[in-house]
Design a protein around this ligand. Structure first.
Ligand code: 5GP
Length: 194
């Protein structure tokens, strides 16, 4: 049995990674396993420990960094997020393709550690910067100051698409989901030597 690949879905904040990820994970033929991240962020009301995230305190997160237990980690709007190493490698050894939905800084760390043939790296791009700004504003959960910071960060991040193997424009969710399913299926076939 071949070891599984690591699929990275990344892109600027607000581009819609979470929605697309949930749809892709429903596609049984791709034998995907979701990599549950560790975070210091507060649990939101609908979220489930061990399903959405492993919610930990700052000390536990720091210990994971010190013990080299994370493949990557990054700080995002005041909280830390990271991908547990053992969990990912265990799933890959079971032949599963491990799906990481992570922000761009962490994705760069994974890209620099693994060989290209072990990775499927997808950059989710908004149809325009204006569209991204609308999405970020529609969330209406943040102050103008935070919105401005997110927009500046997103602007810088948009230029990093060149580091990825695939760029998918999130113009329509159904279309973007189909494109990503095709990309993963194609790479799985190549991995098996079909
Ligand atoms: P949220 O707080 O909205 O769940 O996630 C905030 C951001 O952190 C999103 O862009 C999400 O993709 C990213 N993220 C979630 N888990 C990880 C992780 O393990 N590592 C990194 N680098 N980013 C993550």
């Amino acid at each position: 049995m071949n070891r599984g690949m690591i699929v990275i879905l990344s892109g600027p904040s607000g581009v819609g990674k979470g929605t697309i990820r949930k749809r892709i994970m429903q596609e049984a033929s791709l034998s995907l396993a979701y990599s549950v991240s560790m975070t210091t962020r507060e649990k939101r009301i609908h979220e489930v420990e061990g399903v959405d995230y492993f919610f930990v305190n700052k000390e536990t997160f720091q210990q994971a960094i010190d013990h080299d237990a994370l493949i990557e980690w990054a700080e995002f709007v005041g909280n830390r997020y990271g991908t547990p190493k053992d969990y990912v490698e265990k799933l890959r050894n079971e032949g599963k393709n491990v799906f990481l939905e992570i922000e761009i800084e962490g994705a760069s760390q994974v890209i620099s550690q693994y060989q290209a043939h072990d990775l499927i790296t997808i950059f989710l791009m908004p149809p325009s910067f204006r569209d991204l700004e609308d999405r970020i504003r529609k969330r209406q959960t943040e102050t103008e100051d935070i919105i401005q910071k997110r927009l500046e960060k997103a602007h810088r991040e948009m230029t990093l698409y060149k580091n990825y193997q695939y760029v998918v424009v999130n113009d329509q969710v159904d279309r973007a989901v189909d494109e990503i399913i095709h990309i993963i299926a194609h790479r799985m076939a190549m991995n098996k030597g079909v």
